[in-house]
Design a protein around this ligand. Structure first.
Ligand code: ADP
Ligand code: MG
Length: 896
């Protein structure tokens, strides 16, 4: 066997051992990728591929220098790959290689990004005993900060579990044994999230083993004390995450100091679609600029930014916590001086949560420990600033700062300060880390080392004096070690004891026995000093790692102050108001604005008044571009901001706390961006109809528009009735189906509002204010005009439109026209015939075509569909069944 076979063979067999996508194997000073991995890495990272001959075959090979591996691995992991790293170590007979760690999207420590990085496990246990749904367990860890959270959803479905998962935007998901075989679940996960899906050993999810793992990490009592002792699914997920982190070998498990269990009722339900529609952290175009987070973020620390983002993505339902945040924000809005002083102080700090993880994983260097010391010191500064300002001292800010153990923080800071030099080097193996007086043995060693160095430093002066040579120096390089260098002109004056070792152009190098001896001493002492410092440093770092929980507590307290101050800054700068939070389901906004749009537009404020039992459901009409979508999103964002503890963009607001915010934008608007299909639109509508409760807020924007008019109207109509009568959630529904406004007549809690526009001489002026009642016309023709459709076409459309209006041809039966008369249906549900009125539009080729088409297609099949349509009881049929009926009819009709 040739050596090449050995290496490639070894690579391939190591690759067999791991589930990772790519293997980097150390070969001396390089990490090498072979075969397919080489091609892949070269492709992704622009590396050069060479050929390695082995056993008569050639293998592609690519490599990176040992010291450069980290950025390459990071780049691969950021593209979603799992990268295994096999290190080489010396053995009695040469060297051996083994996989020491696997870096994955969820366990990546060297992330260049301040955002949270979540690794999640999700487990499904059969509901059993007549339960409607199953039990889902969810565990979410951020290895870069040590945060760890678990929850269990009882009697739930996959949609609810995924919704919960999406609020964390996980980087990597470990599906449990049951879910990894569920193609539907995996497909949805793949479609809606950017998470890498990794298959972790099924045994790790086994409840007994998982329970053991969790107890090992957090102590025997923790499960009971956080109230999840009986939650097997949650424990299975938690155990799996812990064992996965352990197996990948990133070494941050010790940073996971605390288990936080939260209940399904703690947070406002926000599914992935809603997060996207509301542009919480990125815009629909995928930019972070222009998102809600980007707009309201004035944090000065990375941890504060992470916390603010989490608050926005996971709004709370519990009023107590929200009022606490509000009170702190309110106090900060009124103490501008103290607030700015505190923010300036915070800005000097570093990311303690991340530094704690670096300490426990053993990657923190002396500068990191200095950063920890500096930041720990800020706690007292901030606490003093709060204590000195009465309004802040009386606010919940005091409680936030009372959380971490201030004395322990001061002790640790003092310990670090007494150990490390002010500006330590960036490497821990080259000495120079510790101040004198830190360790007696080290001091003795340093003294000896420095005395030896001093002898060397003073050697030239001594030799010059002794020999009368003027051009004499003592230097050191890698090959020659220490040497005496003498200029060419004076080489004849060197004493006999000088032993020549090298001749250069202008000088010669010599050595003398004492120099050799001292050189050996210096090198020996230097090496010992480096070793000793490295060892002491490791001990110091270990002691810091032992106090990871303290670092996290201080880090979280400072982050929270930063986040609260950020909310205060935004409230002051934008004239936001503190909303009143109630449990009565109202949403009353006076002179409200859209938090993002108001930044770039002269925004016209508008009111919103929703009251349970009276005005639960608002049908929002108005011309295209009048502001319907903006108005509805504004309602959702005001609610969401209120439930993060923030002030809101309005003159006054009363916000009834909601349990979930659901939004759906019609597929037509989304289709334009290539994001959605009608099927997805309907699945999401179905999910909303299932999940929303009377405590939810639903925003439907042109739902039903992704399909042909009639089934679009039918769906919108049926969904409205179902929400208004059965779900009873607060709902805003913008529609261009003017027909829907007539639902206000038959359903007492459904009301119409419209965004006002003024039409004079065919020109539309947008007023941007919202008024009660429906609009009486649609403005599509005007938009056609604005878009530059040729004048004859625009004129002709106006004519046709007027005719159609006269004939009430596009009204659906059951509504009332302006003059109060019952209108005729274009499609008469009882006869299955088109109304006469519609046929009278003469001369219009459009209308004529429609007519003929209709006449032709009323055959037996169509009759059968119409029969079913006529007989179906809309109120008694579950909406999903209705939808599938509609789809079935559509298929049957299309088969013609
Ligand atoms: P629609 O959904 O009715 O078609 P949009 O909500 O998309 O209309 O709004 C159209 C445009 O009007 C957007 O560019 C938005 O910025 C602007 N706009 C909406 N509401 C207001 C308002 N209240 N004040 C100022 N500009 C507004
Ligand atoms: Mg719109």
């Amino acid at each position: 066997m040739t050596e090449a076979t050995g290496i490639v063979g070894e690579f391939l067999s190591l690759k067999e051992e791991t589930d990772a996508d790519i293997l980097a194997m150390q070969c001396g000073d390089f990490y090498e990728f072979f075969a397919d991995d080489a091609e892949l890495v070269a492709d992704e990272l622009d590396l050069k591929v060479s050929q390695k001959s082995s056993h008569g075959s050639k293998y592609p090979m690519a490599g990176v220098p040992v010291d450069d591996l980290t950025p390459y691995v990071s780049a691969l992991v950021e593209r979603g790959y799992r990268v295994a790293v096999a290190d080489q170590h010396e053995t009695a007979d040469g060297h051996a290689r083994e996989i020491t760690r696997v870096v994955t999207p969820g366990t990546h420590l060297a992330t260049g990004d301040d955002s949270a990085q979540h690794l999640a496990a999700v487990v499904r246990h059969d509901g059993g005993r007549g339960a409607d749904g199953d039990t889902y367990g969810l565990a979410v860890a951020d290895v870069t900060t040590g945060r760890f959270q678990v929850t269990q959803l009882d009697d739930a479905d996959a949609g609810a579990a995924l919704t919960e998962l999406y609020t964390f935007s996980p980087a990597e998901v470990l599906p449990g044994p049951d879910l990894r075989n569920d193609d539907g679940f995996l497909a949805t996960l793949d479609e809606r999230s950017e998470a890498a899906v990794s298959l972790h050993a099924t045994e790790s999810f086994e409840p007994g083993r998982a329970r053991h793992r969790v107890r090992e990490q957090f102590g025997a009592e923790t499960l009971a004390s956080v109230g999840i002792d009986g939650s097997d699914a949650a424990i299975a997920a938690a155990g799996a995450v812990l064992s996965y982190v352990e197996e990948t070998g990133v070494g941050t498990l010790a940073a996971v100091t605390r288990l936080r269990a939260y209940g399904a009722r703690d947070h406002v339900s926000l599914d992935a679609t809603t997060q996207r529609n509301l542009e919480l952290t990125e815009t629909m175009q995928g930019d972070s600029a222009g998102s809600l987070f980007d707009t309201v973020d004035h944090t000065v620390t990375a941890a504060g930014g992470r916390l603010l983002k989490r608050w926005l993505q996971r709004p709370r339902r519990e009023r107590g916590e929200l009022v606490r945040r509000q009170a702190a924000v309110a106090a900060l809005t009124r103490e501008a001086m103290a607030r700015e002083a505190i923010r300036e102080t915070l800005a000097d700090g570093y990311d303690l949560e991340r530094l704690a993880a670096r300490a426990t994983s053993g990657s923190a260097d002396a500068r990191d420990l200095r950063a920890i010391e500096d930041t720990l010191g800020l706690l007292a500064e901030v606490a003093d600033a709060v204590a000195e300002t009465e309004r802040l001292a009386d606010s919940p800010l005091s409680d936030v700062l009372a959380g971490p153990d201030r004395a322990a923080a001061a002790d640790l800071a003092a310990e670090l300060d007494a150990a490390l030099v002010a500006e330590p080097p960036g490497t821990v193996t080259q000495g120079g880390l510790f101040v004198r007086g830190y360790d007696d043995d080290l001091d003795a060693l340093i003294e000896e080392h420095e005395a030896a160095l001093e002898w060397l430093e003073t050697l030239p002066d001594r030799e010059k004096e002794r020999t009368d040579i003027t051009h004499l120096s003592v230097d050191r390089n890698k090959t020659d070690g220490y040497y005496i260098q003498v200029g060419k002109s004076e080489t004849d004056q060197v004493p006999d004891a000088y032993e020549e070792i090298k001749t250069l152009k202008n000088s010669k190098r010599y050595t003398i026995p004492e120099l050799d001896e001292h050189e050996r001493d210096v090198l020996r002492l230097e090496e010992r000093r480096h070793e000793m410092e490295a060892e002491l440093f490791e001990q110091l770092r270990g002691r810091v790692a032992d106090r990871a929980a303290l670092l996290q507590n201080v880090g979280r307290a400072l982050a929270e102050v930063d986040t609260l101050a950020s909310l205060a800054v935004h409230a002051v700068e934008n004239d936001w108001t503190r909303p009143e939070l109630t449990d009565d389901g109202r949403l009353d906004i006076e002179a409200g604005r859209h938090p993002v749009v108001e930044q770039t537009t002269e925004f016209v404020p508008n009111d919103l008044d929703m009251r349970p039992g009276e005005r639960d459901f608002l049908v929002v009409t108005g011309p295209n571009m009048s502001g319907k979508s903006t108005y509805m999103r504004q309602a959702a964002l005001v609610t969401l901001l209120a439930q993060t503890g923030s002030f809101v963009p309005a003159r006054a607001a009363t916000v009834g706390l909601v349990d979930g915010i659901y939004t759906r934008v019609g597929a037509l608007d989304e289709l334009a961006q290539g994001r959605s299909t009608f099927m997805v639109e309907m699945q999401e509508l179905s999910n909303i109809l299932h999940s929303a409760t009377e405590d939810s807020l639903i925003i439907l924007d042109e739902v039903g528009r992704g399909t042909a008019t009639f089934d679009g109207i039918s769906i919108a109509w049926a969904a409205t009735e179902y929400i208004a009568t059965t779900v009873r959630a607060k709902t805003l529904f913008a529609t261009h189906y003017h027909e829907l406004t007539s639902l206000g007549e038959s359903l007492p809690t459904v009301q119409n509002v419209h965004v006002a526009a003024d039409e004079t001489d065919g020109d539309v002026t947008f007023m941007r204010t919202v008024r009660d009642g429906p609009t009486n016309r649609s403005y599509g023709v005007h938009v056609a005009d604005l878009a530059g459709v040729p004048e004859p076409v625009v004129d002709r459309s106006r004519e046709v439109l007027d005719r159609l209006r006269e004939d009430k041809a596009i009204e659906v039966r059951g509504g009332e026209s302006d003059d109060g008369a019952t209108t005729q249906a274009v499609f008469d549900l009882s006869s299955g015939q088109f109304d006469e009125g519609a046929r009278q539009v003469d001369g219009s080729s459009d209308a004529a075509t429609t007519d003929e088409t209709v006449a032709e297609t009323i055959d037996a099949e169509t009759e059968a569909v119409l029969e079913e349509l006529r007989d179906i009881d809309v109120n008694e049929t579950p909406p999903v069944e209705l939808l599938s009926k509609v789809q079935q009819w559509q298929t049957e009709l299309n088969e013609e």
